[in-house]
Design a protein around this ligand. Structure first.
Ligand code: SF4
Length: 350
């Protein structure tokens, strides 16, 4: 039997599992304590569990260790891990240092099948989805690194390689696990999920009515351009995406962040800013402008600084909240897939 990843379960699932195995429910909290507070690496270390229970756990679960292939540290404190999964695939996880704490950017898939033309993560398509435990393990490993300096993971952005809503169930399970009070205790408001616009899942996510932050990678103000940049737009055009966004805002009463990567002479002209302003006018939202970097595999170039500010001003003149994202970890290619500037949760007002 293929063993499950020990990080796969919520505390309630551990309780049910214990019940099925004629064990006491309170052991679930002990297991959580070992996994997420003491952060042990083996079932044998769970010393307050009876040997018989440890043996039962070991029959069905295992630590599918993330093997650190590389750990690069940037001058600004950003740490980029390249982890090897138990089946040999490699994934990236990034820790970003802010003045308000440490944010971890997690990956949800090996690669991505969305095909965005400005993104290096999608160049090889998707190899497979990550399990909830594999996503959780990225946070646990990041926390272990921070333990050395007495720091903690204070927020999580689900913006690494992959489309989280293309691996929806695992993403939702992941959020439940890291949010658990007896475990890592990352508050919902300290977690942000970003999607390229898988419309049916936006409705599902809205219906959860969680306090989790929500971002949509928009990157273009009209159907023609967005389809050119993001093939997902053929399936879920902007019109449907915007309806789903309105539904999200009305259902959760929360605002949406629209991510907009500025690409030189592609989507960064004044008319694009005006079109964008019209598209999202009156919505409870915020725009995060991301000046893209040069990517060796892609042809896009950087928007000149004065044009970034013109773009921002046009939006602000329409009473739209705008920030420009600061780059971090540039010297170690911290952005996932090298270009994925959208992952850097580092916005500031210029
Ligand atoms: S930008 Fe995101 S959704 Fe688009 S291809 Fe890259 S990882 Fe996938």
């Amino acid at each position: 039997m293929q063993k499950r990843n020990i990080y796969d379960f919520t505390i309630e699932e551990w309780k049910s599992w214990l019940k099925e195995h004629q064990e006491q429910g309170y052991r679930a909290e002990q297991i959580y304590q070992w996994l997420y507070v003491n952060r042990v690496d083996s079932i044998d270390e769970m010393s307050n569990l009876p040997q018989s229970l440890r043996a039962k756990i070991a029959e069905e679960f295992e630590f599918q260790a993330l093997h650190t292939l590389t750990e690069h540290r940037s001058q600004d404190g950003t740490v980029k891990f390249l982890f090897q999964l138990h089946d040999g695939h490699a994934i990236e996880t990034v820790i970003m240092k802010h003045n308000y704490g440490n944010s971890v950017c997690v990956t949800t898939q090996v690669g991505c099948r969305m095909g965005c033309t400005f993104c290096a993560s999608t160049l090889g398509g998707v190899a497979r989805n990550l399990t909830p435990g594999e996503i959780v393990a990225q946070v646990v490993e990041s926390q272990k690194l921070l333990d050395r300096t007495g720091e903690r993971v204070s927020s999580i952005v689900v913006m690494g390689s992959g489309e989280p809503f293309d691996n929806y169930d695992a993403t939702i399970q992941f959020i439940k696990i890291v949010n658990e009070d007896k475990g890592l205790k990352i508050g919902q408001r300290h977690i942000t999920v970003s999607t390229s616009g898988i419309v049916p899942r936006i409705y599902d996510f809205a219906d959860l009515k969680w306090q989790v932050g929500f971002a949509v990678s928009l990157h273009a103000p009209n159907e023609e351009l967005r389809t050119r940049l993001m093939p997902i737009n053929k399936k879920y055009p902007i019109k449907e995406l915007m309806e789903a966004c309105h539904y999200y805002i009305n259902t959760t009463k929360r605002r949406i962040t629209f991510e907009y990567a500025l690409m030189g002479n592609v989507n960064d002209q004044d008319e694009h800013a005006r079109e964008l302003a019209k598209l999202i006018q009156g919505m409870k939202c915020h725009v995060n402008l991301i000046p893209v970097n040069y990517v060796p595999e892609r042809v896009y170039t950087r928007t000149p600084r004065n044009q970034i500010f013109r773009f921002k001003k046009i939006l602000e003149d329409s009473n739209i909240n705008v920030t420009i994202r600061r780059e971090q970890g540039g010297d170690i290619e911290a952005a996932c897939g090298q270009l994925r500037a959208k992952h850097m949760d580092l916005e500031f007002r210029l």
